[in-house]
Write a protein that binds this ligand. Structure first.
Ligand SMILES: Cc1ncc(C[n+]2csc(CCOP(=O)(O)OP(=O)(O)O)c2C)c(N)n1
Ligand SMILES: [Mg+2]
Length: 583
């Protein structure tokens, strides 16, 4: 229980509740409907980070949640503010990322009567959140925040939206005056009835709000898989000849547990593939971590553990795992654990904690799989060599494979990398080795272009000591380039790398091959570095491979001095991504 003095108004109630939950940042794009939340939160020491598109605010809150395990917070205005946030909300929902979005709304008495930006927001937002909470009384505000934090983190984490009508956020005297003015001074029956109605309405809005608000912060235990599923899994692995571990984002949903999960995975001694937010779990290089030929390893394995990974398109709907293999699925969602394929053992609960417990349980059984590890490792290294070959061909501009080799050398040990794009980013994900747990951010299963600046903003504020890189396709960078303005105003020194191939190449590749027309997929070699410079950041153009190391070093020096940087890197076409489709 956190005792606080009586909040000055509804906006301050929200601020007080956020403060009690240890919130340090609110990402926002302002609007009259939410002003009291912003001013009161700032007065309580919460940093208000104002951005240039509501989607960015929600992406930033999402990244904050992923890197800290605590729900991120965003606030947007009514109507178009909320509708602009929908894509980012959906992305967070599918990525199972907990965040709290405050949405403004028209005054309670005017909803449905033609007020500015007044739409029925529930049908728009509710499908994309775990809870859409419509506030009707001032006294509900604090408890709603408390409930939002609990719901966002419980079970399968995800976003929650609290809709706050503007007349619940201002102080009581002003609102009473506003309603009194609206009611007028007429003496007719209709006037008197309207006054009676509005007076009763105001009484209801403020009922029970005089008492000082105390905010309870609930301590939530994460869902734990059953002991029997743990024992069955340990026994199945101990009996296996060629076990394999696939770990996905959900296993890292309790961010502070990452080191313990990493230690357990290392102790398990099973070859492991990491995806999404789990990338980097074992550090930059670990003998158990494989990066390539996952499909083949899955085909050969006789016992597969999917930790926080559903059998969706990324595992060819479960077909990548061979029929006779023992399948163990650890997942917070019973539905995801059974998606497209029934596992032999379903461990329903937090996948990361399951791995931590599994490490201890299996250690007692003392199994080692050195020849199987060797087999998978040899293939992995062979593919690395093949990639090395692809870094060589040099034509007019920069070879993307060679570029990422250089970046892999240059990026700091504390680097966080944000991926936003198509082919350029897919190439990056093959070559860059995330340095540590939770140091790689990609949109997740919704595959949303446009996450770049928002994710980087959240990451830079969550990890102020880290070097934050955005890996942008030139197409993708257009969604959030205006946020260079935000980086400059707020002194956030991210380094963006734009892979400029003058096109939406991931789409063009297949479209041209199958339909013989590149319509809609062609871009120009736009001077994105000059756009960034126009916002007050540093812009660097790189056209030749030989310029890359110096350009990276210069960007890092500028960022260390506090300046955001955009590197506009002209790419050659390569065959590296040939044949890969994402559908
Ligand atoms: C919001 C959104 N719109 C469209 C797409 C479809 N899409 C996937 S990859 C891609 C091309 C990306 O181009 P770019 O960022 O330049 O990367 P490149 O493939 O050229 O390296 C597109 C348009 C998407 N994933 N998300
Ligand atoms: Mg491109």
């Amino acid at each position: 229980m956190n005792k606080l003095k009586a909040p000055a108004h509804g906006g301050d109630r929200v601020g007080a509740a956020l403060e009690a939950h240890g919130v340090r940042f609110i990402f926002t794009l302002c609007g009259g409907h939410i002003s009291p939340i912003l001013t009161a939160s700032r007065a309580r020491g919460i940093r208000i980070v104002d951005v240039r598109d509501e989607a960015t605010a929600v992406f930033a809150a999402d990244a904050m949640a992923r890197l800290t395990g605590v729900p991120g917070v965003a606030a947007v205005t009514a109507g178009p503010g909320l509708s602009n946030a929908i894509t980012a909300l959906k992305n967070a929902q599918l990525a199972q990322s907990p965040l709290i979005l405050f949405g403004g709304a028209a005054p309670t008495a005017l909803q449905g009567r033609g007020a500015l930006q007044d739409i029925d927001q529930r049908p728009l937002v509710a499908p994309h959140v775990k809870l859409f909470r419509k506030i009707r009384r001032v006294c509900e505000l604090g408890p709603a925040v408390e409930e939002a934090f609990a719901v966002a983190r419980a079970g399968v984490p995800g976003p929650v939206c609290i809709e706050c009508p503007v007349d619940l956020l201002y102080d009581e005297a002003s609102i009473r005056q506003w309603y009194a003015d609206a009611a007028g001074k007429g003496t007719g029956v209709a006037d008197r009835l309207l006054r009676f109605y509005l007076n009763r309405h105001v009484e209801r809005m403020f009922a029970g709000s005089a008492a000082a608000a105390a905010v309870a912060v609930r301590d939530l235990a994460p869902p734990a898989a059953s002991e029997s599923s743990l024992e069955a899994a340990a026994a199945a692995l101990a009996a296996a000849e060629r076990p394999l571990l696939v770990i996905g984002s959900q296993a890292l949903s309790i961010a502070p547990e990452a080191p313990r999960i990493a230690a357990a995975v290392a102790q398990l001694g099973i070859p492991v593939y990491l995806s999404g937010m789990a990338r980097g779990l074992l550090g930059r290089d670990h003998p158990l971590q494989m990066r390539h030929q996952r499909r083949q390893a899955l085909r050969e394995s006789d016992c597969v553990v999917l930790a926080g990974v559903p059998c969706d398109f990324r595992l060819d709907y479960g077909r990548h795992v061979r029929r006779s293999a023992k399948l163990i699925a650890a997942n917070r969602s019973a539905k995801d654990a059974r998606m497209n394929r029934r596992p032999d053992i379903a461990a329903i609960g937090d996948a990361g904690l399951f791995l931590a417990r599994l490490g201890a349980a299996l250690a007692q059984k003392g199994r080692r799989w050195s020849s199987w590890i060797e087999e998978v490792r040899t293939r992995d290294l062979a593919r690395e060599t093949e990639i090395e070959e692809q870094a060589r061909p040099e034509a007019e501009f920069v070879n993307p494979v060679a570029f990422f080799r250089a970046l892999e050398q240059a990026a700091g040990e504390n680097a966080v990398m944000v991926a936003d794009g198509g082919d350029f980013v897919a190439t990056a994900s093959y070559i860059l080795h995330p340095r540590s747990p939770l140091s790689w951010l990609d949109p997740g299963v919704f595959g949303t272009l446009g996450v770049g600046a928002g994710f980087a903003l959240g990451a830079a504020l969550a990890r102020p000591q880290s070097e934050v890189w955005i890996i942008y396709g030139d197409g993708a960078c257009g969604y959030s380039l205006a946020e260079f303005d935000t980086f400059v105003r707020h002194g956030i020194p991210v380094i963006a790398v734009v892979g400029n191939d003058a096109g939406w190449t991931q789409i063009a590749r297949e479209q041209v091959k199958m339909l013989h027309d590149d319509v809609g997929t062609v871009l120009a070699r736009t001077a994105y570095h000059e756009v960034a410079a126009g916002f007050g950041a540093a812009g660097i153009l790189v056209k030749k491979a030989a310029e890359v190391p110096a350009a990276l070093a210069r960007a890092q020096a500028l960022a260390r001095a506090g300046k955001p940087v955009l590197l506009n890197v002209w790419l050659d076409k390569t065959e590296f991504r040939e044949g890969s489709i994402s559908m």
